[in-house]
Write a protein that binds this ligand. Structure first.
Ligand code: AGP
Length: 622
């Protein structure tokens, strides 16, 4: 995700825009840019890669940009690597270079979101004489607005509504038009945006923190609405161009709370961003019901020849690999080995012919995972990275890269990136199965339809979080927790256990349910909490039996199972029900209650949820 800002009013825009952007850096920080208009037809565009301070230095903290109307952007790359050329703002003119400097383009814009059909729109614009200087979907959107603006000559609102009808995806757009020097026009669909007003000045931003210093009076622009923002005044329009009214809202948050969008911690915010992270990742690789991995460079021919897959990662990313192993082996019939990167990098593993090594990493900078990638390449393996940070080292060094679109993840304990990685590996499993003929088209379509339902099912689970918050208060002082399951449920248990110990500091272990009796069950005593994950039908009874073995030794049992499976209440003390899905994909659902349980337990213990002791968000050392 990215951060967008806008200002028009009686003050110099650039310093305000930079200050506002500094409060949105958590939304993305691989490049940034400003466009400021000084009442004339010219807009001064300045862009810089890296963190925001580079842009601030480049513009002498904004003092070098004169003008009272402007827009700004801090980027989390989704299309096109982090670079000046790809940085926003983008312009409608067929300028050469990076679209920077004093530009007389009719339209200049910034965007947060994803234009899913940008390639077809780009082809249309190329046919109408447009040229492109960047790889971004945003430049396409800006030029499409310009196209309609020139074609119909009715004005900015009309040009924007026509564009909104044509584009598919999500967007928060802020645009300046040469003919309207002190106004900003905005449009929103699914990406966040708020518009604030003050005395003879108006503000626009992706999130409340950006403008809370300047005003607490904001409009929450609705989905598929357009706004005409002038100094101290805002008009709203619907897709038909008819004017609407939106109530002005008083923001009561304090500044710190606002950084988290009103959530108490980034982790809780990111748990709630999972439906969007899963949806955006899914939509980037499944289009109109068909898998499109062309962006990775993988071909069906390559995957047909693969004889073995090694999945290599650390921590939660390794847990994704453990889940993917079951799904890929079951659907595609390829043997999968999942290895800890810190082990893989030193093992003398004979590299079978045609091994595909998949490295999973949120940050794309984890030292062990990067080292393992390099070892795999030295041994002649084809490598695929599944990464959340565009342009990160692992992404750049792998032969192929599949980006997850979870947006920046601030909390040390991963949640939305984990879920985005899971869905990416699920789609990859279906792709492998289709290419190798182990799954027919109809079955693949049914599987993809199930995946498309996951975001809404996660939302349903999040609506029930109060029960987990209550249960966490009962276990806040427990000393040992065991998470058990079989098959995919074991992989889910691994992640549940890590989340719990990572942020609540309670000792916990994940165990293959069938393995407990080989020693560890000696640790079960009165009131030891045992959490059983029970989503796999054919293994359900077996895991319940293992849980009863713990209960007979004093264990206190919590079960996570699918809606309707009420028989579990005959065996366990506390049950959490989750929606049903194809069993291959149940990890995406069962993990959510475990994330919430860990989160609320940590909060109940009064700990620093977002920055747990001894940990770092990305372990870039061995
Ligand atoms: C998970 O909550 C932890 N933050 C940690 O295990 C993490 O998953 C691991 O360090 C791997 O990080 P990466 O995905 O950035 O490579």
């Amino acid at each position: 995700m990215c951060g967008i800002v806008g200002y028009t009013g009686r003050r110099q825009a650039a310093p305000i825009l930079l200050d506002s952007l500094s409060r949105l850096e958590y939304r993305g920080y691989d490049s940034a840019g400003l466009a400021v208009r000084n009442g004339t037809a010219l807009a001064e565009v300045v862009k810089a890669t890296g963190k925001l301070y580079h842009l601030a230095d480049k513009t002498d903290q904004g003092r070098a940009l004169a003008g009272c109307c402007g827009i700004g952007h801090t980027r989390w790359a989704t299309h096109g690597d982090p670079s000046v050329v790809n940085a926003h703002p983008h312009v409608s003119g067929n300028c050469s270079g990076s679209g920077s400097g004093a530009v007389e383009s009719d339209v200049v814009g910034v965007h947060n979101g994803i234009i899913e059909n940008y390639t077809e729109l780009k082809d249309k614009l190329l046919r109408h004489g447009y040229a492109f200087y960047s790889d971004t979907d945003t430049e396409v959107a800006v030029k499409l607005v310009d196209y309609y603006y020139k074609k119909y000559k009715i004005g900015p609102v009309d040009a924007i509504t026509r564009t909104m009808v044509r584009i598919r995806g999500s967007y928060a757009l802020a645009l300046m038009f040469k003919d309207y020097p002190d106004e900003i026009f905005a449009a929103r669909k699914d990406s966040p945006m708020i518009i604030g007003t003050g005395e003879e000045e108006s503000f626009l931003a992706s999130d409340v923190p950006a403008i809370l210093k300047y005003t607490r009076q904001v409009y929450y622009i609705g989905n598929l609405q357009v706004a005409r923002v002038s100094p101290g005044k805002v008009a709203f329009f619907d897709l038909n161009g008819d004017e609407n009214t939106i109530p002005l809202t008083e923001i009561t948050w304090d500044a710190a709370a606002a950084e988290k969008g009103g959530y108490e911690h980034f982790m809780l915010k990111e748990i709630h961003e999972q439906p969007a992270a899963v949806r955006d990742t899914l939509n980037s690789i499944v289009k109109d019901g068909k898998i499109d991995l062309s962006g990775t460079g993988l071909t069906e021919e390559t995957v047909r020849s693969v004889s073995k897959i090694d999945i290599v990662a650390c921590g939660s990313a390794w847990h994704v690999g453990m889940a993917a192993q079951y799904v890929i082996e079951d659907l595609a019939g390829i043997p999968v080995r999942v290895e800890l990167a810190s082990e893989y990098r030193y093992r003398k593993i004979p590299m079978a012919e045609k091994t595909l090594v998949i490295v999973i990493s949120q940050s794309g900078e984890t030292a062990d995972s990067l080292a393992a990638l390099r070892v795999a390449k030295e041994r002649g393996a084809e490598t695929l990275a599944i990464v959340n940070v565009i342009g990160s080292t692992i992404a750049r060094e792998a032969d192929h890269v599949l980006y997850t679109l979870a947006g920046p993840e601030i909390a040390v304990a991963t949640t939305k990136a984990y879920s985005a990685q899971l869905i990416a590996t699920d789609v990859l499993a279906v792709y492998l199965a289709l290419a190798r003929g182990t799954v027919a088209e109809e079955e693949a379509a049914a599987l993809l339809a199930e995946l498309a339902e996951i975001p809404a099912k996660i939302e349903r689970i999040l609506e029930e979080k109060a029960r987990l918050q209550w249960f966490s208060s009962k276990i806040a002082n427990t000393h040992d927790i065991f998470f058990i399951g079989r098959g995919l449920d074991y992989a889910i248990s691994l992640e549940g256990s890590l989340k719990m110990k990572e942020i609540s500091y309670i000792h916990s272990e994940a165990y293959a349910a069938g393995e407990l009796k080989h020693g560890t069950i000696s640790l079960i005593e009165n009131n030891t909490l045992v959490i059983g994950v029970l989503t796999q039908k054919e293994l359900y009874e077996k895991t319940v039996s293992n849980m009863m073995e713990c209960r007979s030794r004093g264990g206190y049992l919590m079960g996570i199972t699918t809606n309707g499976n009420f028989s579990v209440e005959d065996s366990v003390n506390f049950t959490v029900y989750i929606p049903k899905s194809d069993e291959h994909f149940m990890a995406s659902l069962a993990v959510v209650p475990l994330q919430l349980l860990a989160y609320y337990t940590s909060v109940n213990r009064g700990l620093d949820v977002d920055k747990p002791r001894n940990l770092a968000k990305s372990v870039t050392v061995e």
